[in-house]
Design a protein around this ligand. Structure first.
Ligand SMILES: [Zn+2]
Length: 305
């Protein structure tokens, strides 16, 4: 556990981030009340995380995430280049239970963790990664492939350091973020993930932070990162800004049931509150609204043009 003073600085900076995310509104797009299907049911609503309980105002855009990737409707794009992810494990700083997921955070003041290539024109810097997961192994991912649900999904969040100077700036802008999504399947134990799993009991409660060093986020990528789907979308947590180039890996990674069980032992709640397990921390799916999902590979059911 880090000392109080060491822990306060990142907490403050995160509150600032949250503040920036909630107070700045770059586009005067019409806002509407939460139109999520689940919101129509009071029962479901009462079961939802406070972050999604009304009155939730979401951007009125047509590029929201997550979505279902209908493989037959994806379009192969031969222009999509291989992704180049370069990560420095030494820049890993801490893990934070933010009351909705846990964030593994990296020093993003320099270009030590970069993502280039793929659909990206610019260079993007990693700031954090986190997961979404279900209460059972039957669901939990945010994206789906042909309606298939996975038990969990990893998001590696990068911001455009060629165009912007801070994450807080990039998050509000078009082409500001690039997020890699990786599906998790239950199978054999993931050796790379275990170091992280071992650290989770220390951040069981909301708002707890521990120092966490020398973790290579690259170990969580599948062996094949050349095959992916990409589309323009949004953050899946408030402020839901449509600033994200999504890169969803075709190949999943495997983790054990026991490793996911440790994710589920975390809490949405702080020590003073009635315990609520951190599970089902995903957003419901959003309509595609005319967007095209491109693939870097030729889908087996579709010939290349
Ligand atoms: Zn996410």
């Amino acid at each position: 556990m880090v000392s109080f003073s060491a822990a306060v600085r990142p907490v403050v900076s995160h509150f600032q981030r949250q503040l920036v995310r909630h107070t700045r509104s770059p586009r005067m797009t019409p806002v509407r009340r939460c139109n999520l299907t689940a919101c129509s049911s009071k029962y479901v609503l009462s079961q939802m995380h406070p972050m999604w309980q009304g009155p939730l105002v979401v951007p009125g855009g047509d590029r929201q995430s997550p979505i279902d990737i209908a493989v037959r409707k994806t379009v192969f794009d031969s222009e999509l280049k291989p992704l180049v992810a370069t990560y420095d494990p030494q820049t890993c700083q801490q893990i934070w239970n933010n009351g909705y997921s846990f964030l593994v955070e990296y020093d993003d003041t320099t270009d030590k963790n970069t993502l280039k290539g793929g659909p990206l024109k610019d260079k993007f810097r990693l700031c954090q990664f986190h997961f979404h997961w279900g209460e059972s192994n039957d669901w939990g991912s945010e994206h789906t492939v042909d309606r298939r649900l996975f038990p969990a999904e990893l998001h590696l969040v990068h911001w455009n350091s060629d165009r912007y100077t801070l994450f807080e700036e990039a998050v509000m802008e078009e082409n500001g973020l690039a997020v890699i999504g990786v599906f998790l399947k239950v199978g054999k134990r993931h050796e790379g993930l275990q170091k992280l799993v071992d650290a989770l009991p220390a951040i069981r409660h909301k708002d707890s932070i521990v120092e966490f060093n020398r973790f290579d986020p690259g170990c969580l990528l599948p062996a094949n990162i050349d095959d992916y789907w990409t589309y323009h979308g949004s953050l899946t947590t408030p402020p839901l800004t449509e600033s994200v180039s999504w890169i969803v890996m075709k190949q999943h990674i495997e983790v054990s049931h026991d490793q996911l069980a440790v994710f589920r032992s975390l809490l949405f709640t702080s020590a003073e509150e009635v315990q609520k397990s951190m599970v089902n921390n995903f957003r419901v799916q959003q309509p595609l609204r005319g967007r095209t999902v491109r693939s870097s590979f030729t889908p087996f059911l579709q010939e290349a043009p």
